[in-house]
Design a protein around this ligand. Structure first.
Ligand code: NAP
Length: 258
């Protein structure tokens, strides 16, 4: 049985993935943005080992999340699930001056990947919208471009795939993969989302714990437990490294080479 840490597991797909892992007999540690959400999460998922807290829009709090996780000992897998959506009409700056979408969806998984003691498997939640992400990686922090919420979100979901693949190259002993869950009816997806909600949680769980040889791969992109072709730019090692360099510069945290 595996031990899995899931970011953003107070609600939505993260919480649903945790419930599925528990049903399968695995151990899970959850994560919520603050003490109140942690309390809600403990009540909602009583089988979880514990809940770590921290707002992933803050670099300092994200570092604290990594420290809390490391204090709990080793994990077999980490699911980088936390995310913020694609509907914001203005650029909301975090305490570090970054757009909240970039901070939560791109920089936080980067920082946590760099700082959490390396698990055997890493899983990154992307989205079909990553196909519209800006592969130039110019103006990551939206200081020069007029704000477009959906574009900002799509860019971050492209970054998640680049991050998964960069890690796959750097750390060959780790299975590092990305996936899209479909458009599903969570808080983010909205009530009218058309895709299968239950199927939306299964691929990340499968990649995190399954002994199925098809799940024990690295540097791949999935939809519903099947390989799917990601944006071609995500396969470019130079682009992957540029994202890593930018994340290192913006966060002050470096990703070990090996
Ligand atoms: N739903 C879809 O249709 C869809 C489609 C493609 C990809 N995805 C991806 O799937 C992942 C999960 O999305 P979801 O649909 O489950 O969304 P959700 O229901 O809105 O849940 C998002 C989770 O992330 C947490 N979170 C957000 N901002 C945070 C922050 N600053 N600090 C800490 N935690 C934070 C939320 O906490 P609170 O509960 O406190 O808000 C919640 O637990 C995301 O990465 C998303 O991009 C979703």
């Amino acid at each position: 049985m595996a031990r899995v840490f899931i970011t953003g597991s107070s609600d939505g797909l993260g919480r649903m993935a945790a419930e599925l892992l528990l049903e399968q007999g695995h151990r899970v540690v959850l994560h919520a943005r603050n003490e109140q959400r942690a309390k809600d999460t403990k009540q909602a998922v009583p089988g979880a080992e514990t809940v770590v807290t921290g707002d992933l829009s803050s670099i300092a709090q994200t570092r604290s999340v990594a420290a809390q996780v490391n204090a709990l000992g080793k994990f077999d897998a980490v699911i980088h699930n936390a995310g913020v959506g694609y509907r914001s009409s203005t650029r909301t700056a975090t305490e570090d001056g970054l757009p909240v979408e970039f901070a939560v969806n791109t920089l936080a998984p980067y920082i946590l990947t760099a700082l959490i003691d390396r698990p055997k498997r890493l899983v990154y939640l992307s989205s079909g919208l990553h196909q519209s992400g800006d592969a130039s990686l110019k103006d990551l922090t939206w200081e020069q471009r007029p704000w477009r919420g959906q574009q900002a979100y799509s860019d971050t979901k492209l970054h998640d795939v680049l991050l998964a693949f960069a890690v796959a190259h750097r750390w060959p002993e780790v299975f590092s993969n990305a996936l899209e869950p479909g458009w599903v009816a969570t808080k983010m997806g909205g009530p009218g989302a058309p895709d299968d909600l239950d199927a939306g949680r299964r691929t990340q769980v499968w990649l995190a714990v399954s002994e199925d040889p098809a799940a024990k791969v690295t540097g791949e992109y999935f939809f519903h437990q099947r390989l799917r072709t990601p944006h071609p730019a995500t396969r470019d090692p130079q682009l992957q490294e540029r994202l890593i360099e930018e994340c290192a510069r913006l966060s002050g945290v470096s990703l070990p080479d090996l």
